[in-house]
Structures are given as structure tokens and as C-alpha cells.
Design a protein around this ligand. Structure first.
Ligand code: NAP
Length: 283
């Protein structure tokens, strides 16, 4: 990569941010596409977020990804946000067009693309069980509602958070039945697994160093798709157990990849070199 006076700068705001895979993924993509662009990580503390958003304009930084803990708090500093970002209530991609900052949420498209490409699953008309009610679950619910899932059951350790999500999304998508359950409610968890065409894990359980959820896998329908947003380890206990039962199951590497590909396309207006980006991921 040759840096010149014309190199466009992209990057990511997070805190901490040094664990992010985005720099290697996007720099590989820029290089493969022959673009004079560079992508760097910016460790931005919460109290400096406003000044950092201002710096995007002042320093003509072309585009930025936003990660934990800034995905929601960045919104007041932007000029506009996309409909998906509005529904999720979070932004993970910003484009700077001559000082005008527009926010997007490419986790939504990344999740839907991963379902399609990795599982050959179209969630329209499906009964879906979502495990978790944090930031990632909001992006997943947005995608499922936009695609017209028929029923969504949200199960969470803290049931009040699941109920809040169910109420909020049902008020925007009245035709979709959205229910909330506690992870401790064994009968409901079993029923939700048995009745689902798609199960999506949006909890951090099963990540390297975090115990997986203890679920009654024997209740799973053989036809159910299983998508685990966790991508480290590359085969989670959930995916392993589902595959052993014959289910079509994948971990979250595809979502990570496709959200990055969508950001690249928003910034550059060119098709992302997905294979190159995938190869660059150190997983
Ligand atoms: P978050 O906002 O902190 O939410 C975490 C969720 O996990 C909450 O629902 C929490 O339940 C639940 N949880 C955490 N530890 C648990 C445990 N031991 N047992 C049961 N439930 C537990 O995090 P997030 O941003 O939504 O991220 C969630 C996961 O998705 C992370 O592993 C993240 O790496 C992954 N992710 C992947 C992608 C991708 O591209 N593949 C994108 C985004 C996120 P409570 O509400 O009860 O605390």
C-alpha cells in the first residue's frame, strides 16, 4: 500500500478498539480493489466522541465504522441516518460527503446476507427464536421484521429487556407476533426451540472464555436453521450441537464479513471483494 497526498482515510471508532478485525479486512479490500485508501483504528473514549465526530468533518476523513460503546451515542452528532439505523437505534457505518455525515447500520444487511449465503435461509413467513436482547439482537430483530418473519420469540436472561424489545418492535411491525420469555422459563424455551424454523443466538454466551447456553437441543426440529452470531471460536458449542443433530447451522463469521462488505460498498460505490476480505480475517 502506497500512501500519497491523495490517500483517503477511513477507520473505526471504538473503546477499546485494538481487538477489531476491521482494519485488516478493509485494508485488504482497498488493496485488492486498487483504491488509494487506508483504514485505521481510533481509540475514542466516550467523553471525546463529539470532538471525534467533528474531527471527521474538519479532517475530511472519508468514512468510519463505529463499534462498542459508541453505536448509539454517535447518532446525535450525525446529519442523518438510514431507516435501518433508525429502527435499530444504532449506527455502525458513517460516510462523510463533503462534511455531511450520514449513518447506516450494516449489521442488519450483514445478518440477512449471511442467512442467505451461508444457510440458504429466507426468514420471510418464518417463526424465529432470538436468544438475547442486547445491541446485536436489535439489528437481528430489525432484519427479521423487515423481511416479514411471521412470529418472533425473544428469550433473554434479563426478561425485562426481552419484553422491552418485543414491545418496541411490535409497535413498529404490528402484523408480527413478538413474544418475550425468560431464559429460566424451561417450558417456554423448549416450546420456542421446537416451534422455530430459525434460531438465532445473539447472546455472548459461547464466546471464547464464556460458557455456552445450556439448551434442550433434543427439542429442535430437524428442519430448523441455526445461526450463532458468535464467531470466535469458529465452531461454537451451539453450532456443534445443532450440526450433530443434523441441523443446518453456522457461526457469525458471515455476518461480520457482509456487514464490512456493505460498509465498503457505501463508501466506495464499488462491489466489495468479499473473498479477499474473508481471507484477511485472522480466524
Ligand atoms: P450486548 O449488547 O452486551 O448483549 C449481550 C446479550 O448477551 C444480552 O442479551 C445478555 O443478557 C446476553 N448474555 C451475556 N452473557 C450471557 C450469559 N452468560 N448467559 C446468558 N445470556 C448472556 O452484546 P451484543 O453487542 O448484543 O453482542 C452479543 C454477541 O453477538 C457478542 O458475542 C458479539 O460478539 C456478537 N456479535 C456478532 C456480530 C457478527 O458480526 N457476527 C455482530 C454483533 C455482535 P442480559 O440482557 O441478561 O445481560
Amino acid at each position: 500500500m502506497k500512501i500519497s497526498g491523495e490517500t483517503k482515510v477511513y477507520g473505526i471508532f471504538g473503546h477499546p478498539v485494538n481487538h477489531s478485525f476491521s482494519p485488516v479486512m478493509h485494508n485488504a479490500a482497498f488493496e485488492a480493489a486498487g483504491l488509494n485508501c487506508v483504514y485505521v483504528a481510533f481509540d475514542v473514549s466516550p467523553e471525546d466522541l463529539g470532538a471525534s465526530a467533528g474531527a471527521l468533518r474538519a479532517m475530511s476523513i472519508a468514512g468510519i465504522n463505529v463499534t462498542v460503546p459508541h453505536k448509539e451515542s454517535i447518532i446525535p452528532f450525525l446529519d442523518s441516518i438510514s431507516p435501518e439505523a433508525e429502527l435499530v437505534g444504532a449506527v455502525n457505518t458513517i460516510i462523510n460527503s463533503g462534511g455531511v455525515l450520514k449513518g447506516y447500520n450494516t449489521d442488519v444487511g450483514g445478518f440477512l446476507m449471511a442467512l442467505k449465503e451461508d444457510l440458504d435461509c429466507e426468514p420471510g413467513g418464518m417463526r424465529v427464536t432470538v436468544l438475547g436482547a442486547g445491541g446485536a439482537a436489535r439489528a437481528v430483530l430489525t432484519g427479521l421484521c423487515m423481511k416479514g418473519a411471521s412470529e418472533i420469540n425473544v428469550i433473554n436472561r434479563t426478561v425485562s429487556k426481552a419484553q422491552g424489545l418485543a414491545d418496541e418492535f411490535h409497535s413498529s411491525f404490528e402484523q408480527i407476533e413478538i413474544n418475550a420469555y425468560s431464559l429460566d422459563d424451561a417450558d417456554s424455551v423448549r416450546d420456542c426451540l421446537a416451534g422455530a424454523g430459525l434460531i438465532v443466538n445473539c447472546t455472548s454466551a459461547g464466546m471464547k472464555g464464556v460458557e455456552p447456553l445450556a439448551l434442550p437441543f433434543e427439542a429442535l426440529s430437524k428442519e430448523a436453521f441455526v445461526y450463532d452470531l458468535v464467531y470466535n471460536p469458529v465452531e461454537t458449542e451451539l453450532v456443534k450441537a445443532a450440526r450433530e443433530r443434523g441441523n443446518n447451522a453456522r457461526t457469525g463469521l458471515g455476518m461480520l464479513l457482509y456487514q464490512g462488505a456493505e460498509s465498503f460498498e457505501i463508501w466506495t460505490g464499488t462491489v466489495a471483494p468479499v473473498d479477499v476480505m474473508k481471507k484477511a480475517l485472522p480466524l
